[in-house]
Unconditional design. Structure first.
Length: 378
């Protein structure tokens, strides 16, 4: 599969922080977005040498500023507390890069810490993907496949730069989603950061417990192991994430602790009906989660859009559907030629939603075809 690449796209990429995430970005950019050259910088010289020897990057830099100079796009993939200073350094490079982004899992504090000059070159990013193994040797080009990729912008960066980043993310195979920085941090506190806190506290609580002369940790079953899978993961990184998002995270912790107290009261009062209702509600939400993750071919439709080979073409399609609250489950981009353009294939759940998406895009003068995924591969 090849991808459309406009003259204003990303040709030179700089990756600051060449670990598993940064290395995967470098690989995906080369294999999927047709990036010509990737320069890397990392505080660990060994990580840089490994990345260079594996062909993950093409050249190394002695500083973040050196890597950022001449770059179309700079991706900062380091611990969250180090990101603002590195963004400032990259934005001040001579000549300055066209755009700087990051992959940090918190956004508000990072964006608030930037100077006006840096903010004009910065769009925050957070891909919802990862792996248990750390280090650049575990980088892989398919890491971003079908991942939601949050983007946060204050509006200081030029719209054309947002379009460039959005199309680059589509080429990686991910789904760009624009979100307010504060909303992003509240959402991540609930669905990402809170589970880590609960896993750490539960593991520590059980680790200290001895009951009937037996260590609790020596008697655990699969459910305990599943719940605590992320306990103890990368302490320096998660300490920084917790502290950077402490306001939203503490709010959710207090809400959860209130619900735990309420459940304890139900048990003490012998209210079996309410206990069952709590379990049934959880079962219903769990079913909804699994149905959302497991999109079936029977209800999935392809919306194929012929788009011109020009800047912003993909961005306009995605923005149109986003404004109409139409969710794209997956997408691919196939190049035809420079004069014709290419086909953007969108996978959408439900025939009626797919037809509505097609109608909106036809109103913009774009050729569109709708087909069931079972009708054959595009």
């Amino acid at each position: 599969m090849t991808h459309i690449r406009s003259h204003s796209g990303v040709h030179r990429l700089a990756v600051i922080g060449v670990g598993m995430m940064g290395g995967s970005m470098a690989l995906a950019a080369q294999e999927r977005a047709n990036v010509d050259s990737v320069v890397g910088y990392d505080a660990d010289p060994e990580a840089l040498e490994t990345a260079l020897s594996l062909g993950i990057i093409h050249e190394t830099a002695l500083s973040a500023a050196e890597a950022a100079a001449y770059a179309d796009l700079v991706v900062v993939s380091t611990p969250v507390r180090s990101i603002p200073a590195l963004v400032e350094e990259c934005a001040a490079a001579q000549p300055a890069p066209r755009l700087v982004t990051d992959m940090g899992s918190t956004k508000s504090a990072i964006m608030a810490a930037l100077s006006p000059a840096a903010r004009s070159l910065f769009i925050g990013g957070h891909p919802m993907c990862g792996a248990a193994d750390s280090g650049v040797r575990y980088a892989r080009s398919d890491l971003f496949n079908r991942a939601t990729y949050f983007l946060c912008t204050t509006g200081a960066a030029f719209p054309r730069l947002y379009e460039m980043l959005q199309e680059f993310i589509v080429q990686l195979g991910a789904k760009p989603v624009l979100i307010d920085p504060g909303a992003h941090d509240r959402l991540m506190a609930l669905v990402s950061h809170l589970p880590h806190v609960l896993a750490n506290i539960l593991m520590s609580h059980a680790g200290r417990a001895t009951i009937g002369g037996k260590r609790a940790l020596h008697c655990v079953g699969p459910s305990f192991k599943d719940l605590t899978r992320v306990a103890g993961a990368n302490p320096p990184m998660w300490r920084d994430i917790f502290m950077e998002n402490k306001a939203a995270l503490s709010d959710w912790l207090r809400a959860i602790s209130g619900e735990l107290r309420d459940f304890a009261t139900l048990l003490e009062s012998g209210d079996e009906e309410s206990v069952a209702e709590t379990i049934n509600a959880a079962a219903s939400f769990r079913e909804e989660l699994l149905e959302f993750e497991d999109i079936t071919p029977e209800t999935l439709f392809k919306v194929t859009v012929r788009i011109p080979d020009q800047p912003g073409a993909v961005s306009r399609v995605m923005n149109t559907l986003g404004e109409a609250s139409i969710n794209v489950e997956d997408l691919t981009l196939h190049h035809v030629n420079r004069s014709v353009g290419g086909d953007l294939v969108l996978y959408i759940q439900g025939r009626s939603v797919a037809e509505r998406a097609a109608a909106l895009l036809r109103e913009q003068g774009l050729p569109v075809a709708v087909a069931h995924t079972g009708d054959g591969d595009e």
